[in-house]
Design a protein around this ligand. Sequence first.
Ligand code: HSE
Length: 435
Amino acid sequence: MSLGVGLLGLGTVGTGVAEILLNPEGRQPLVQQLRLRKIGVRNLKKPRAIPLPPSSLTDQLEAVVDNPGVDVVVEMLGGLEPARRLILRAIGMGKPVVTANKAVIAHHGVEINAAAAQAGVYVLMEAAVGGGIPIIEPLKQSLGANRIQRIIGIINGTTNYILTRMGSEGAAFAHVLADAQALGYAEADPTADVEGHDAADKITIMAGLAYGGLVQRQQVPTEGIRHLQATDLAYADQLGYTLKLLATAARLGQDRDGTQLLDVHVHPTLVPKDHPIAGVKGVNNAVLVEGEPVGQVMFYGPGAGSGPTASAVVADMLNIAAIREVAHGSHAGLDPLLAAVSWRQCRLADGQLTSHSNYVRLKVQDHPGVIGQIGACFGAEGVSIRSIIQVDNNPEEAEVVVVTQQVQEARFRRSLAALEQLDSVISVACCLRTL
Ligand code: HSE
């Protein structure tokens, strides 16, 4: 039974999807059943990288969704609108949707999932997180028997590329970003990547699946990498760490009514060099899942790009084609594992009450007793120091780098405020998490 595909968007990923659909030889036999019927683009005049079936292109995006020959709508537009509107339109017509759009799912997942559940159609999103790495389906299905304790992800290739080069070359952020843009790794507007928003969208989606309930994207504390200096990567290296932009979700406990209490955040984080995720370099992504009873499982691979992301998109289409094959077009109801139906409430913990280990770089006057004063400020708030180093920059000024033990965020922030009041502390120059 063939499945008519309506593709919305023919950018890098859309082109990769079209290439697979138009060249099915040597792939899973079901790929041959995916028929590319219509492609909706914003600009009909733009030159295309691949030959396309005559009259498949249109700039009428709604018409692609409405086309009676289109059985599944594949949304590759990105961004919130018109993607949200077109996804809801497809659902309203009883058509399943495949999307690579993490932003629209992270921000409008409640509305989209509710509409999909009501209409009894799937909205699949394997490509929205980790590009070519299969992580969505494992969270929904293969790891479904586990209690997920923690997810640690390097899920933005642009920032991982920048941090890898800043660390290995001692280069400045702006210099490496310009290179990444020239190489096509970073977008012309890199805001969503370097400010951590892209990673926050992705960890919101993963946390929702792992913990069975909606996570409020707007409440996820998010810090990017724009402010980082090569000097902090060098200190991290001396201390036995590598610096990564980590997106983390952890279960802290549950309320009396069963609501899951979660700590979900995105922060530049020092990772011990012997940690499995520390060796993930360049544009690659990795997701480490800790579950009971499985233990640690790590997914690693290309997190972006035309081919890898298209691989995940087409995998979702194959799931839809396979289900239709089994159901022979009849309405057999949704497979709850594939549809990933929410089954409980989640809420995010107050960030001030969560606990973390921290890295702090202070610029200080080089006087006798300064280290003692710093230790006293931390000690007064119960912040225990794991390691401390001092580097003299000149006769008057030194840098002191402290790594703390795990401490409640509110206590740590109070100790920083007290440090800033000291005459001998010129500034708190950098503050990062450690894993
Ligand atoms: N811009 C993303 C990244 C890829 O740099 O990883 C798409 O999610």
